[in-house]
Write a protein of this length. Structure first.
Length: 72
């Protein structure tokens, strides 16, 4: 996962403050997406919103600097 994130950052496709440990959290956010009989693909909408937020753009504020396992 580290290599994937590093390559995406190097190509300018992923925001520079994204960390590999962010990806499991993204998966957890999308997995329980609500579905109803009329909208079985609703999860696709939320996945798109999350992925758009991960893209590198010059106008995006930096993420808060949080260290896993450290003081929060």
């Amino acid at each position: 996962m580290d290599q994937l994130v590093d390559r995406a950052k190097a190509q300018g496709a992923l925001r520079p403050d994204m960390q590999p440990w962010d990806l499991p959290m993204v998966q957890l956010m999308v997995a329980p997406s609500p579905t109803t009989p009329g909208t079985p693909d609703l999860w696709r909408r939320y996945l798109r919103l999350l992925l758009d937020g991960l893209r590198a753009r010059p106008d995006v504020e930096p993420l808060p600097d949080i260290r896993l396992g450290g003081p929060g």
